[in-house]
Ligand binder design. Structure first.
Ligand SMILES: Nc1ncnc2c1ncn2[C@@H]1O[C@H](COP(=O)(O)OP(=O)(O)OP(=O)(O)O)[C@@H](O)[C@H]1O
Length: 359
């Protein structure tokens, strides 16, 4: 079932927690609500769930206006960060709970409930854990039970609030992959809240990036990462170098680097800051056309990736560059070396407008 939000606002007394939120989600999409602490993600999720009312605006599930409907009437599966399983019930009983609580007229028979529970435990790969109690499970297993329980009544929409944040890094990573595969098998429209950009980039079909109660950008992980619309998005989605340069006669100039920008329109002569990710920089030991010279002042190896810091005249901060270990070995880069480098993908933000180009 698709979801559409129209002009949603939410105020707590004098504080505007959400400002004019608009977006649509397609049936079966897995969407991340991403943003820093306090930006309004949870409030928005709760409004979609019907656990909180918006100050104004409308919410549609498919073509139905659900704005005035309660959480129960909206038919939603909810997963919170802290499992919230019943400790005195075993796994099967936890999953069956919602089904058993339904009014008699619409309740499934005992046999049907057992079948559904078995099917769900198969889906979350916990068939052999039906009789265990929550405190006999790992964090990741508990969260999978919570997911099975949320899905028991075949909800229209699945909402997850920081579902993995209480788990350790390795389990988190496994569960992310698992959620992605599992979701595609299931095809239920799902929204999950996270403040972890890596998680959103890896798991989601679409990311809604929020800041201070507003949407900054909506797009696929590749779009928001490679084509950030604002400086905030560029910063939030990972490490980025701010290269100080200027524009003159429609040419971007950073040290010896020149880039003709006529194709991107007519530019006023002005100083400019170019945003470049560490892996979007090409390095060489001997100068090529358009290269900027620098000196390697730090080398840090992290598994398959090597991080270099390059000191560059005219740049207030060292430039961070990441290369594969293989490339690092081939180039034989050493501390103190002169190095030549140039950006491969640059984003420039001038008065909140974005100009992006490949070089
Ligand atoms: N009941 C409330 N009364 C007053 N202010 C509230 C209430 N609930 C949330 N807020 C405020 O609204 C803003 C958004 O809160 P929200 O919990 O939605 O943020 P968030 O993005 O989910 O943050 P986090 O990642 O830290 O959970 C915050 O500034 C918060 O203090």
């Amino acid at each position: 079932m698709g979801i559409s939000l129209q002009n949603i606002n939410k105020s707590f007394k004098n504080f505007d927690a959400l400002k004019n939120i608009n977006f649509s989600i397609k049936q079966g999409e897995l969407v991340a609500l991403l943003g820093p602490s306090g930006c309004g993600k949870t409030t928005l999720l709760r409004i979609i769930a019907g656990l909180e009312t918006a100050s104004s605006g409308k919410i549609y599930f498919a073509d139905t206006d659900v704005t005035q409907l309660s959480a129960k009437q909206r038919d939603i599966g909810f997963v919170f960060q802290n499992y919230a399983l019943f400790r005195h019930m075993n796994v099967a009983e936890n999953v069956a709970f919602g089904l058993k609580m339904k009014p008699r007229a619409i309740r499934l028979s005992k046999t049907e409930i057992n079948e559904r529970v078995n099917q769900l435990l198969g889906l979350v790969q916990l068939e052999n854990f039906a009789k265990r109690y929550p405190d006999q499970l790992s964090g990741g297993q508990r969260q999978r039970v919570a997911l099975a329980r949320a899905l028991a009544s075949k909800p229209n929409v699945l909402l997850l609030d920081e579902p993995f944040s209480a788990l350790d890094a390795k389990v988190r990573k496994d569960l992310r992959r698992w959620l992605r595969d599992f979701h595609h098998e299931l095809n239920v429209t799902s929204i999950f809240v996270t403040h972890d950009q890596e998680e959103a980039l890896e798991v989601a079909d679409k990311i809604i990036l929020m800041n201070q109660g507003q949407i900054e950008q909506i797009g696929t992980p590749a779009e928001v990462y490679k084509q950030p619309k604002t400086a905030f998005v560029a910063h939030f989605l990972g490490d980025v170098n701010l290269l100080h340069g200027y524009i003159e006669n429609n040419t971007l100039i950073i040290g010896d680097f020149r880039k003709d920008m006529k194709e991107q329109g007519n530019w006023a002569d002005q100083s400019a800051i170019a945003y470049v990710r560490p892996h979007e920089i090409s390095i060489a030991k001997t100068a090529r056309k358009n290269d900027i010279q620098g000196q390697v002042v730090r080398i840090h190896t992290a598994g398959p990736t090597v991080f270099l810091e390059i000191a560059v005249e005219g740049q207030p901060k060292h430039i961070d560059v990441s290369v594969s270990y293989r490339q690092y070995e081939q180039q034989q880069v050493e501390l103190g070396d002169n190095i030549y480098w140039q950006p491969i993908l640059v984003n420039i933000f001038v008065q909140d407008e974005l100009f992006e180009f490949m070089i």
